[in-house]
Design a protein around this ligand. Sequence first.
Ligand code: GYE
Length: 310
Amino acid sequence: LAGAIAFAPVTAFAADLTIGFSQIGSESGWRAAETTVTKQEAADRGINLKFADAQQKQENQIKAIRSFVAQGVDAILLAPVVATGWDEVLEEAKDADIPVVLLDRTVDAPDDLYLTAVTSDLVHEGRVAGQWLVDEMDGADCRIVELQGTTGSSPAIDRKTGFEEAIAGHDNLEIVRSQTGDFTRSKGKVVMESFLKAEGGENICALYAHNDDMAVGAIQAIKDAGLNPGDDILIVAIDAVPDAHLAIANGDMNATIELTPNMAGPALDALEAYLADGTTPPKWIQTESKLFTAADDNQAIYEQKKDLGY
Ligand code: GYE
């Protein structure tokens, strides 16, 4: 019998796994794609995925994690809406010997409270966005407005840090307004309207949005103000969702940095290995970041991405 157990193939082992997924919500097209891909990756592995949508509220994520612990799931996936306030509930999962893997965002907690974090280098994304604008302006003055992601989330903190690092030392570039649009199209539009009203559209040279959905909302506000997005106001954002490629193809946007929605593939691979034989993954599994501009065939990329669940 022991011999049989020792040679049980991992795929058969995975068929018995039950994993809880505490997802933030569906605030952006990218988030919707991550949910679609995660469900598919679990199904492909024969994993029983218990999905909980928190409507962007941390207390709902904490409740979901407690429920998963009470159910005795084998592991937990967590996309943490904000970076703080997780220590207690992650301790409870640890005490129950339930490994937690973070998806697309990190937490300010001791790293023995989670198995690994599968994320992009969020600071690097901000640097790439800032460097694109430095190169684009080539020394010319540019007054920048910034749409920040969800307040207190690691992408909002890190993408701001990276962008500011890239433009530091270039006195021709200045961020004149910066406010959260909570990663959503609707708030991106409303906050951009307030920027245009406060500054006057003719005094805004560029928009840096922490995700494409806020940029798409802002594009509508810029058009409503009778200005040409991508021309009167340059726009750089992050995610590379289909609608960002479409906007770039149409000349309404200038650049985006790709964030893969498939964090679950590497996460579930690491969990299967850990649960099967204790293989410990690195604390950070980094996903790639690629810059897309008008030089790329954005129409073709849009066609490739549009049916991936965004
Ligand atoms: O950029 C945005 C989503 O956590 C990095 O969350 C992720 C961000 C992503 O709302 O579209």
